[in-house]
Design a protein around this ligand. Sequence first.
Ligand SMILES: [Zn+2]
Length: 402
Amino acid sequence: MKTDRLYYSDAYIRAFSARVVEQLTFAARPAVVLDRTHFYPASGGQPCDLGVIGGAPVVEVALRESDEAILHVLSEAVSGEQVHCEIDWPRRFDHMQQHTGQHILSQAFLRAVEAETVSFHLSAEGVSIDLAAPQLSPTDLARAEDLANEIVQRNLVVRTWFPAEEELSQLPLRREPKVTGPIRVAAIGDFDFTACGGTHVARAGEIGMIKIVGAAKAGQETRIEFLCGERARRDYGLKNTIVAQLAAGFSVGVGEVEQAVARLKNENQEQRRALNLAQSQLLDAEAAGLLAVALERNGLRLVRRAWLDRDAAEMRGLAERLTKGPGVIALLGIAGAKTYLVFARSADLDRNMSAALKNALARLGGRGGGSPQMAQGGGGSAELEPVEQVLCAAEEELMPPG
Ligand SMILES: [Zn+2]
């Protein structure tokens, strides 16, 4: 049986009584159809109302297309024919603020930058519209936002009604209605006319504020994230707290936070540069020290060394420095939580470091590879001793004694 939708004529009724005309099961839960309802069913990008019916919490409200009955899905069954119903008002009023704000913002984008709204999304997490515009500048966004808030501040009357066909044909509807049958129109003063079956605030001023908080290009469209009313106020509170904490952390005024962050970033970059230079110089000195005590045989110098838990990139840097000049072989290893080996040689030698590394990893376990001149790899954890042993074996293979 088609349900009489009372929210069409008054969106501000929070409690009412109604007669249960059907009890059924919907999605494995008890549900009721009432003769009349103020509960809004999910549609047009707006979530449904929640609340209580006959003492049972409402978990979902959905439209049954076949007979336009509104199904109230409950967490438990209710008894009795006449039931007392209450709408979760903070949730409903939030939806009214976001939804009416969307009408205004969509018209504002149309007037300010000729960007048409193609879809609307409203959930507890966020509110957004998708605009048929691939490129919107910060100035475009500001113009639309300014116009939308001007409408809010003019406190225009929001009117909803079912115009007769003749009147409907005269109205400058923002978009073609998607439904057939009687068309309900929502008008915000003479600023915006839209076919809409949703719930709206009575005057634009109740929206409080419309704030764009994000714009992201997606193909030929732009998704505009925005907040209205209480959501905007809460967001302002949150951001105010964050900025105040940042300002206190930097010991500057709120207006100087941006420069303070830029300054910190610069300092950080300079310190990183200085640190890199110092680390590079340390590695130069360490490489020189290792070369000074390297094993010399037949005009070749060999550096073999293992460390516990050393940084792998640092050890690679050391191998590069050791083999920059002619006639050097470097067999370096890291033991500890993760084993890592680097085998490298000078460009003037002809030994295959990749083959030597493969042999070493076959004994130690792990994976790796590289070129005949430099190879690296490793695996799981190992003590220092077995790592030193595979380096010794590699030394004998590459530089046989005598
Ligand atoms: Zn609407």
